[in-house]
Design a protein around this ligand. Structure first.
Ligand code: ADP
Ligand code: MG
Length: 268
């Protein structure tokens, strides 16, 4: 039985992802760039998956194709049995750049998705609760320029969660943050993962972050990307930073590093 099947308020989409020989070739003025070799992948509903790989290996490309934001050169992607052919409403997305609108207050930034797609969940009440949960309660009426990078990213996560998506796709959401803030965000985010009942697909080049925030880690090779390893992560939640110091955790870190070394890739 999957986690999603046990949810009391199970949303329409549960987040089963199936990729079959999905690949990407960009046709540019400089010629063709093969960004991603054919990928086969099955992600069960409710799984929290991290994809870790070096810069340029096609991680963002893979996520953007899955989210319907980028065309698929060949092969297929299905979410809950529906073939992906355009943007998917039931997915919240967080990018490395927070993409907040400077002229809107924090709460009005969080409310943005509800303006594009009316949802019973898209209320100011929920927006406030999310900001509170993400540790930026009290900043509702501030403007983005008044916030630190970490706070801005908390706001963009709140925005992505507003309409209660069943899946959250995150592309290097914490990569622009300093190390301490990033650690804090890792701890906070895994609390939110549990409380919001959302399954996540996290793209990162940090091995520790990939393991800490997932119950499955997919390791990718350098460009053009292909899957090097697929590791089940069984640590119980909630997790604390002390987990990273345990032998069980460092064994998995070493395993991924070794995969990268064998593939001639610089390990993050
Ligand atoms: N729009 C584009 N046109 C041409 N090449 C691109 C485009 N977007 C990405 N690429 C290339 O595809 C490869 C994979 O990019 P990307 O998916 O952004 O990698 P990652 O997110 O793992 O760093 C890179 O070599 C990059 O330069
Ligand atoms: Mg990227």
């Amino acid at each position: 039985m999957t986690v999603a099947a046990e949810r009391l308020d199970a949303p329409a989409t549960s987040g089963e992802i199936v990729l079959r020989r999905m690949e990407k070739v960009y046709e540019g003025t400089q010629g063709a760039v093969r960004a991603l070799l054919p990928v086969d992948l099955d992600i069960q509903a409710g799984q929290n998956v991290s994809i870790v790989g070096p810069s340029g290996c096609g991680k963002s490309t893979l996520m953007r194709m899955l989210a319907g934001l980028e065309s698929i050169t060949s092969g297929t992607a299905h979410i809950d049995g529906h073939r992906v052919s355009g943007p998917i409403p039931d997915v919240g997305i967080v990018f490395q750049r927070d993409l907040l609108l400077d002229w809107r207050t924090v709460i009005d930034n969080v409310m943005l998705p509800a303006e594009f797609r009316p949802s019973p969940h898209g209320t100011r009440e929920r927006a406030r609760q999310l900001l509170e949960q993400l540790g930026v309660g009290g900043f509702e009426d501030s403007y983005p320029y008044q916030l630190s990078g970490g706070m801005r990213q908390r706001v963009s996560i709140a925005r992505a969660l507003l309409c209660k998506p069943s899946m959250l796709f995150l592309d290097e959401p914490f990569s622009a943050l300093d190390a301490l803030t990033r650690d804090q965000m890792n701890v906070l985010f895994q609390e939110v993962q549990g409380e919001q009942n959302v399954s996540t697909l996290l793209i990162t080049h940090s091995i520790a972050e990939a393991i800490f925030l997932a119950d499955r880690v997919i390791v990718m090779s350098g460009r053009p990307g292909s899957v090097l390893d697929d590791i089940e992560i069984n640590f119980p939640s909630p997790r604390t930073l002390a987990l990273r110091e345990t032998p069980e955790f460092t064994t998995i870190v070493s395993r991924i590093r070794t995969q990268f070394e064998k593939a001639g890739v610089f390990a993050a």
